[in-house]
Ligand binder design. Structure first.
Ligand SMILES: *Cc1c(COP(=O)(O)O)cnc(C)c1O
Length: 473
């Protein structure tokens, strides 16, 4: 494998040495830091190598066996493989593996739902089979109807995602949106309040899923609420797809049997290439398959092939062990933090992440994130419910276990990570800006604490090498 990469990098360096340098630099950086970003992972060499191929050079708009271009037989093969692995792995009725990212998968899902629930009835009412057959008046009426639809999703500061109907994202411009939050006392999803809100708001789409909520969701209740108000249930499992694939989330916590449409990324806990995917129930399959060219550019053959490889990996028993370890490690991390006096949103975790409230240390999320980074610990700042510091500086740090679990970290290592994190945050104080006034971005961390932490992190990382056997010359 080392020779494969060395040779490839030589080929790249002949054209643009700076890019070869950045590729080498990225490996060195990934190897040298405690990566606790909850949305990141390390894909296998097989997944990575699959992407560096001529499958990238083929245009294949359309769907399997029904392309707008000739000569797509190999793209058909890899797309079919990826879709088959996905339906088998998740027990889904249909899989659409073309989306280039999680955001794109959500856009495909939204327009698939709109096609199914708004466009199809309008076509039927007008006796038309295709939008091109509508009169100008009927078309204008349909265009307005698209803009009148409602979506209900989890609020951002409770852990929801921008693409769940928030204004900076196109979803917020498409839909009238409201959001549900968490119980102020427990920090847990408040299903009763959500049900009341759904009854009153009557959304077309009920969205469940999160980027920064440390707990499981009961999708049986979500579906019940959706059915009661006539909504389509869309679950965005971008963050926790690996836990679904690895059967850590089963029964009511597995979204697939309950959601009409489920979207995901493939590069987070699922450990595949950067990309997205939509899984859906049969009735939505045709609408979802219209993703390209409705909202997506031409499919990425090399990435769909890498999805097939990653999904094949995820179907092996070792992946279920990995997923269970991700969850076990999150509990070890949470316990380690709590035992050392930290405050966690919801008091713990039952997925792959914890949300640490850093206000007890007198810090903003931004200060905590920067201090930890200084000490070799990579996390990201994140809002906490009803955040006093707003969405930019925030009051929390999100810490996830998928990446370091891939490196082989276990509960003992995560307990040590908890110790290092609390050590750094306890030693950090807010700093002042150039004008001498307190700044929500500046911090002071004694040099010796940063040094000691970096050394301890290096020891953990050396004991659990990333891509063992890969040695670049
Ligand atoms: C990460 C994430 C996305 C976006 O994924 P991209 O691949 O970055 O577009 C969408 N939804 C949720 C819930 C996410 O966590």
């Amino acid at each position: 494998m080392s020779a494969a990469y060395d040779n490839a990098l030589d080929v790249i360096a002949e054209v643009e040495p700076a890019v070869a340098g950045a590729i080498r630099g990225e490996l060195a950086d990934q190897r040298a830091s405690l990566k606790l970003i909850a949305s990141e992972n390390y894909a296998s060499p097989a997944v990575l190598l699959t992407m560096g191929t001529w499958l990238s050079d083929k245009y294949a708009e359309g769907t399997i066996g029904h392309r707008f271009y000739a000569g797509c037989q190999n793209i058909d093969t890899v797309e079919r493989l990826a879709a088959d692995h996905a339906t088998a792995l998740f027990g889904a009725q249909h899989a659409y593996v073309q989306p280039h990212s999680g955001i794109d998968a959500n856009l495909v899902a939204f327009w698939g739902i709109l096609a199914q629930r708004v466009e199809a009835p309008a076509l039927a009412a007008a006796g038309a089979r295709h939008v091109n057959d509508l009169s100008e008046d009927d078309w204008e009426r349909l265009r307005r109807a698209f803009g009148e639809q409602r979506a209900l999703g989890m609020s951002l500061d409770a852990g929801g995602h921008l693409t769940h109907g928030f204004r900076p994202n196109i979803s917020g411009k498409m839909f009238h949106q409201r959001s549900y939050g968490t119980d102020p006392n427990t920090g847990l999803l408040d299903y009763a309040a959500l049900r009341d809100m759904a009854r009153e708001f009557r959304p077309l789409v009920l969205i469940a899923g999160y980027s920064a909520y440390p707990r499981r969701i009961n999708f049986a209740i979500m579906r019940e609420i959706a059915d009661e108000v006539g909504a389509t249930l869309m679950v965005d499992m971008a963050h926790f797809a690996g836990l679904v694939a690895g059967k850590v989330f089963t029964g009511e916590h597995d979204p697939i049997p309950y959601a009409h449409v489920t979207t995901t990324t493939t590069h987070k806990s699922l450990r595949g290439p950067r990309g997205g995917m939509v899984l859906c129930q049969r009735e939505f399959a045709d609408s979802i398959d219209r993703g390209c060219p409705m909202v997506l550019g031409g499919p990425l053959g090399h990435v769909m092939a890498a999805k097939a490889v990653a999904l094949a990996e995820a179907r092996r028993p070792a992946f279920a062990d990995y997923a269970q370890a991700v969850a076990d490690n999150a509990i070890a991390l949470a316990d380690g933090l709590l035992r050392r006096g930290a405050r966690l949103v919801t008091g713990g975790t039952d997925n792959h992440l914890v949300l640490l409230d850093v206000t007890p240390y007198g810090l903003t999320g931004r200060q905590a994130e920067s201090a930890l980074l200084d000490a070799g610990i990579v996390t990201n700042r994140n809002s906490i419910p009803r955040d006093p510091n707003g969405a930019w500086y925030t009051s929390g740090v999100r810490i996830g276990t998928p990446a370091l679990t891939t490196r082989g970290f276990g509960p003992a290592e995560f307990d040590r990570v908890a110790e290092l994190i609390v050590g750094v945050l306890s030693a950090t104080s807010p700093g002042a800006g150039a004008d001498g006034r307190p700044s929500p971005a500046r911090f002071e961390l004694p040099e010796n604490v940063a040094d000691k932490t970096r050394a301890a992190a290096a020891e953990l990382l050396t004991a659990h090498p990333l891509y063992p056997g890969l040695d670049l010359g």
